[in-house]
Design a protein around this ligand. Structure first.
Ligand code: F6P
Length: 518
């Protein structure tokens, strides 16, 4: 296939898109602008059979301990399921999920309506979500994406241990009308606990200790640690160890989403994800969006040596999609040992990056068009504009279509000359090789439901790739080591008791402490 260009394949068969697309509900997935023919697709589908994907999907949905290295299930799909029973350790988990969902609903309604008030009797105006990683990126992305549906509450997301992040947000907050949602599955994460403590101190400058209960709620699987922090038990929204942090926005981690857009919209988000789950679980592989998407990604990653994939949503609302997917994809599939514990001798996790179009066009598209690297891209666009500014929307979408066409077709020297390029030297710089692969998602409208389906689609893509690469996608031991070292170094910086390091780190630490002392 390396020798066959897409330009030739489209020349031979102008109706390729009819063969290589999947239409599902409000989604049109056109994957015809890829370096594949029917045989490639058949072989990739055979690969999916060979790794027994069907069986893996069944285990994923039914609560098997597919997160082997942490000895638990990865059951984010249960959070949006309408099954009657899903068993974990012999216990049906669906009733407890329902209890938490009702609690989210009641709480969100009471805050949005103004019935729940702050310590001076005023309704809340601002919500501060304190969390990091999966306890921040999912809700932050969804709140941004669903801005069109939001109510009067102002949402703030504080994640970074950088004190300037918290300090900046304080400028916009009034302690009397601010509600803090502390989100941490483990409730041991340095960033989250430090930021929560910082905000508690700030709050207590204006309020009394007993007022904390009115202004601080927590989402966590570690009830004891939350209580230790001083948050009342009835203000805790539980989550469970079978929900991975980066897949947790469907749980109470999504509380900030429910506060921002109301619980009905939060339920629609879950509904959209549920529909994608049903599609993924039941559709034959050739008509299965996450499966085909994952196979194409494996095709470029493992057969073409592509290191990265770009995600380009043509919607400013989706500006936080790429950072969200970076954690979901890279924390999951950035692994180098197979499921038997042997080092892999093939490439695994893709590097994800991206920005909304058309901004991205004016930033990094040059490299995708004319650089030396092959970067497969997902283009995500919507048929309808939310505010109904059709003039702008048609311009936006004309860019959306034009870019995938330009990436496919390129422009040869004859075409440049025909356009009036007389300078042969310059003409060379103005040619485009084309033959650059893109997936196009054309979705009816950005709604809570379609957003839910879109995110679930990527979750399942991650899962399929983990199965094909024979790696464990649901642990993240790689993140832990840096955290341990940071704790050791913090101890050194604060006590002055230096420890053994590599030469560079020792040199840097000495410089940092000496400068501080001066
Ligand atoms: O970065 C590692 C990580 O464990 C992520 O997987 C997780 O989303 C994040 O830290 C936050 O963890 P917690 O919700 O326990 O504070």
């Amino acid at each position: 296939m390396e020798q066959i260009s897409m330009q030739t394949m489209f020349g031979d068969d102008p109706h390729r898109a009819e063969k290589f697309h999947i239409q599902w509900g409000d989604f049109l997935f056109d994957y015809s602008k890829n370096r594949i023919n029917s045989q490639t697709l058949d072989l990739l589908l055979e690969l999916a059979e060979e790794v027994n994907l069907k069986d893996a999907i069944q285990k994923y949905f039914s609560g098997d301990r597919i997160n082997v290295t942490e000895n638990r299930a990865a059951l984010h799909t249960a959070l949006r399921s309408s099954e009657k029973s899903i068993l974990v350790e012999g216990v049906n988990i669906l009733p407890e999920i329902e209890v938490v969902q009702s609690k989210i609903k009641a709480f969100a309604q009471s805050v949005i309506s103004g019935n729940r008030k702050g310590f001076t009797g005023k309704p809340f105006t601002d919500i501060v979500n304190i969390g990091i990683g999966g306890s921040d990126l999912g809700p932050d992305m969804a709140v941004e994406a669903l801005q069109f549906y939001k109510n009067h509450l102002n949402l703030h997301f504080i994640s970074n241990i950088d004190g300037d992040h918290a300090a900046e947000s304080i400028k916009k907050l009034d302690p009397e009308t601010t509600l803090f949602v502390v989100v941490s599955k483990t409730f041991t994460t340095q960033e989250t606990l430090s930021n929560a403590t910082f905000f508690k101190h700030w709050f207590l400058q204006s309020a009394k200790q007993e007022d904390v209960a009115k202004h601080f709620v927590a989402v966590s699987a570690n009830i004891d640690k939350v209580s230790e922090f001083g948050i009342a038990e009835d203000s805790i929204f539980p989550m469970w160890d079978w929900v991975g942090g980066r897949f947790s926005m469907w749980s109470a981690v999504g509380l900030s989403i429910a506060l921002s857009v109301g619980s009905e919209n939060f339920e629609k988000l879950l509904e959209g994800a549920k529909e994608m789950d049903a599609h993924f679980e039941s559709c034959s592989f050739e008509s299965n969006i996450p499966v085909v998407l994952a196979l194409l990604s494996v095709w470029y990653n493992n057969f073409f040596g592509c290191e990265t994939e770009a995600v380009i949503p043509y919607s400013q609302y989706l500006k936080k999609l790429a950072p969200y997917l970076q954690q979901a994809v890279m924390e999951s599939n950035g692994k180098s040992f197979d499921r038997d514990g042997n080092p892999v001798n093939y490439q695994t996790g893709n590097i994800i990056w991206g920005e909304p179009g058309s901004n991205a066009q004016h930033a990094f598209f040059q490299l995708i068009h004319q650089g030396t690297k092959l970067v497969p891209c997902d283009f995500i666009g919507f048929v309808e504009s939310l505010h109904g500014n059709n003039e702008h929307h048609d311009k936006l979408m004309s860019n959306f279509f034009a870019q995938t066409e330009a990436l496919l077709l390129g422009k040869n020297c004859d075409e440049v000359t025909a356009e009036g390029g007389q300078d042969r030297f310059l003409n060379a710089f103005k040619t485009f090789g084309g033959n650059k692969p893109t997936n196009t998602f054309l979705i009816q409208k950005l709604t809570p439901k379609t957003l839910g389906s879109l995110i679930a689609m990527y979750e399942h893509k991650i899962f399929v790739q983990g199965v094909i690469w024979n790696i464990f996608s649901y642990d993240q031991f790689g993140v832990e080591y840096g955290k341990q070292l940071a704790n050791t170094i913090l101890d050194e910086i604060t006590t002055g008791n230096s420890k053994k390091h590599d030469g560079s780190t020792e040199f840097l630490l000495k410089y940092y402490s000496d400068i501080k002392i001066e």
